[in-house]
Design a protein around this ligand. Structure first.
Ligand code: ADP
Length: 536
């Protein structure tokens, strides 16, 4: 049995000179004993066990990583080697000192260390074991966080306090770092996924849950690719990511379309980094995904705008070229005709020259009209109103009544309209005027019965318009080009090559479509399908 020091609360538990050494105590017992052989053997065994126990305890005491020390009601009485290491002092520096000598003046809760320490000491002396966190300082005054456990030791009337102090500053630092990292992961708008070495989800952050609509519980253990990919996800990018992960390699800035739980697509830029253990083996993957849907949308809008600008530029080039040519041609011919007229005396010849001048002026007039139509068509807002096709066709034909050959062309108009059809009347006027004037312009006057037909079927949903003639027709190779700006398939007439281009633009504006069927020598048919628009 260990005999504690009789000098009450003054000395240490393990190394008080007044506490007899266990082996010397056994010797003492043995020398005084006058015992029979079997009792002697028993005593030897007891002595051996005691020696071993004492050895174990002392080894434990001195090799422990935590500071273990004893205290009386106020001061340190003994300590192990770890105490000296943790407090960075020598035994003489600490034994006899109060615990608050090794504490800052105040604890983090604002209490003085002395007051707080005395509370704990009193509580433990009352028999209540204490376990708490404490800020200590080393001998040089450097503070560190500790976890302290205090227990009362009753050693035959001698009351001591056994204290174990664990330096938890590293743990606290890691905890703080983890808290900061968690703060970043939980509050960033980027999606964060932590996956195991097989690429199976272990954790996702709130931004991931918000964007995808998946909760961690329902996707844990699954592969992100299996949940997030969809029809528009680029298979090549997905394949590249899979292969890199299989090889334990990361990747950066891979952009692809993912899908939310509800099937809504969104663009992400993905960066994945492998986490390796000390042996270099991949243990986890961390993926950071940023939602780039908006960026992609503006990028697409920019590309579209760019394409549009390239188209507009090309058209402008063609326009400047043709405009200079088409505007100057009638003027040059007019100037020529004026010079000829000056020298002409014969009234009949003068009359002929006047006709020719009128033709040149008409050509100029048509060209200017086409340009104005084009400009209005591209700039004017689509005003939607209810359409009366019968009235529209008749007024278009009326406007064209003074065209050459008009009186010889047989006209058929058939309009079947049920319900109210909404569209832009200004655009429909442009369409009818151009298609009808073309049917007249390109009529075959050598035919016995040149004719044009307008057939309209409309309800409250859509309208189908067919404008056909038995005129000269269009060569097959020109059919794909007749809607291009300034394209002319015929040498006849006074056209600018702008009419069908303007028609196509107007049809697009009212969300319709246009087709053409034609056979040279037989005739041409334009078929338009136009939806009824919503009146704003
Ligand atoms: P243009 O001012 O030359 O009439 P358009 O753009 O209106 O220009 O038409 C382009 C070309 O399509 C015309 O030059 C003509 O060759 C051909 N075309 C258009 N409509 C008809 C039609 N009804 N019959 C025959 N050819 C036509």
């Amino acid at each position: 049995m260990i005999t504690p020091c009789k000098e009450k609360v003054k000395c240490s538990f393990f190394s008080c000179p007044k506490t007899p050494n266990l082996s010397s105590m056994s010797e003492d017992v043995l020398s005084r004993a006058d015992l029979p052989g079997t009792d002697l053997e028993a005593l030897h065994r007891v002595e051996e066990t005691l020696r071993k126990n004492e050895f174990r305890l002392r080894t434990l005491f001195n090799t422990a990583h935590d500071a273990i020390f004893t205290m009386d009601y106020k001061t340190f009485t003994d300590c192990n080697d770890a105490t000296l290491r943790i407090f960075q002092c020598k035994k003489d520096d600490i034994v006899g000192q109060t615990p608050y000598r090794f504490s800052p003046s105040h604890q983090p809760d604002g209490r003085t260390s002395e007051e707080a320490a005395m509370d704990k000491i009193n509580a433990v002396l009352q028999g209540e074991p204490q376990f708490f966190e404490w800020t200590h300082i080393r001998l040089d005054g450097t503070p560190f966080q500790a976890e302290v456990s205090l227990n009362r030791l009753d050693l035959e009337g001698d009351v001591q306090i056994l204290a174990i102090v664990r330096d938890i500053s590293k743990r606290k630092q890691t905890e703080q770092e983890n808290q900061r990292l968690a703060l970043v992961a939980n509050n960033t708008t980027n999606m964060v996924v932590i996956a195991n070495a097989n690429g199976e989800i272990e954790w996702v952050n709130p931004a991931f849950e918000r964007t995808t609509g998946y909760k961690l519980e329902e996707i844990i253990g699954r592969k992100p690719g299996h949940i997030l990919r969809g029809p528009e996800s680029d298979p090549k990018a997905a394949q590249m990511m899979r292969e890199n992960l299989r090889k334990g390699e990361g990747f950066k800035e891979v952009e692809l379309i993912n899908y939310t739980k509800e099937g809504k697509p969104y663009w992400v830029s993905i960066e994945v980094q492998p986490i390796r253990d000390n042996q270099g083996k991949v243990t986890q993957f961390i993926a950071i995904e940023s939602d780039i849907t908006e960026r992609k949308a503006s990028q697409k809008a920019l590309e579209e705008r760019n394409e549009e600008l390239v188209k507009i530029n090309a058209e402008l080039d063609r326009f400047v070229y043709s405009a200079s040519h088409d505007l100057r041609a009638p003027i040059s011919s007019l100037l020529g005709l004026v010079e000829i007229a000056r020298m002409e005396k014969d009234p009949q010849s003068l009359e002929r020259l006047l006709d020719l001048k009128k033709k040149s002026l008409l050509r100029l007039d048509q060209f200017i009209k086409d340009i104005v139509d084009h400009s209005r068509n591209t700039r004017l807002h689509v005003e939607v109103e209810s359409i009366n096709f019968e009235g529209l066709v008749n007024s278009a034909l009326e406007q064209l009544q003074f065209m050459d050959n008009m009186e010889r062309i047989w006209r058929v108009v058939e309009v079947k309209q049920t319900g109210t059809f909404y569209s832009a009347i200004s655009r429909l006027n442009i369409i009818f005027n151009n298609l009808l004037s073309n049917a007249i312009k390109y009529a075959d006057m050598d035919k016995e019965n040149p004719m044009l037909e307008v057939r309209v079927t409309a309800d409250d949903q859509k309208a189908e318009i067919r404008i056909s003639d038995n005129g000269e027709g269009i060569p097959e190779e020109s059919l794909t080009k007749i809607f291009d700006m300034f394209y002319r398939a015929s040498t006849k007439g006074v056209g600018s090559g702008l009419g069908l281009y303007i028609v196509k633009e107007a049809v697009d504006k009212i969300q319709g479509s246009i087709q053409v069927k034609s056979e040279p020598g037989k005739g041409t048919e334009f078929i338009l399908t136009i939806p009824s628009l919503v009146k704003s």
